[in-house]
Design a binder for this molecule. Structure first.
Ligand SMILES: Nc1ncnc2c1ncn2[C@@H]1O[C@H](COP(=O)(O)OP(=O)(O)OP(=O)(O)O)[C@@H](O)[C@H]1O
Ligand SMILES: [Mg+2]
Length: 201
């Protein structure tokens, strides 16, 4: 047994080939609210992992209980730590895969909700999406645009040297059939800029 990560919401423990994500008690939340949120996020993540496993690469679910998910341990690399170290062509190939995977999720009306390169694992040259705890179902163009916007923001903050090129590659494969989302993204961006100018973002 080994603690892999202690996130804001969960503790992640490796047990052989399994990874246990345990949503821990948060003392600052009211007890009932805390129970409700932990249960809901666990259930949500488990369902989405199950569903998306038929569409893109995600860790396989082994078992789910109230606050815990046991899933396949992916012995790979966290993309946030590796993307900038890879040869450019390989980094761009990965970005295209991200765009392709995101287009598949959105086509199926699944919003990831927390798309960052810390929530992606690289294994055998494949990109695995993880951390669906904030994911949800939606057919709304706005929700899809915000999902993409969050990815753009994450690329900007973690990979500030190349983020624009990365995003370009993501969009290359995302674009097909998603022109309406890209149009909406422009609006979301304008709103983001307006907000930060006014100090509310
Ligand atoms: N199936 C897995 N196999 C290998 N490592 C994993 C797996 N799931 C998660 N991890 C590792 O644990 C970290 C945290 O997992 P996850 O993002 O699901 O939880 P989190 O509570 O959102 O954490 P954070 O607050 O840090 O985002 C990941 O960044 C990754 O390094
Ligand atoms: Mg995470």
């Amino acid at each position: 047994m080994k603690i892999i990560a202690q996130g804001a919401e969960a503790i992640l423990i490796r047990k052989g080939n399994s990874l246990i994500k345990d949503r821990i008690k948060k003392g600052y939340r009211h007890k009932n609210l805390d129970l409700m949120l932990r249960k809901r996020r666990t259930k949500r993540e488990s369902r989405l992992l199950e569903k998306t496993s038929k569409m893109v690469d995600v860790p396989k679910i082994k078992k789910t209980s109230e606050f815990q998910i046991e899933m396949e341990f992916l012995s790979g690399k966290k993309l946030s730590e590796w993307l900038d170290k890879l040869p450019k062509t390989e980094a761009f190939r990965i970005c295209k895969e991200i765009g392709k995977n995101l287009a598949i999720l959105h086509k199926n009306n699944i919003i990831h909700g927390d798309l960052t390169t810390s929530n992606m694992i690289l294994r055998n040259r494949k990109v695995y999406f993880i951390d669906f705890g904030l994911g949800f179902h939606s057919a709304r163009v706005e929700d899809k645009a915000v999902d993409l916007y969050l990815l753009a923001q994450a690329l900007k903050s973690k990979h500030f040297k190349s983020w624009q090129n990365y995003l370009k590659e993501v969009i290359k494969t995302y674009r097909k059939g998603n022109e309406n989302v890209l149009k909406q993204l422009k609006k979301v961006e304008t709103r983001g800029r307006y907000k930060s100018k006014n100090g509310t973002n």
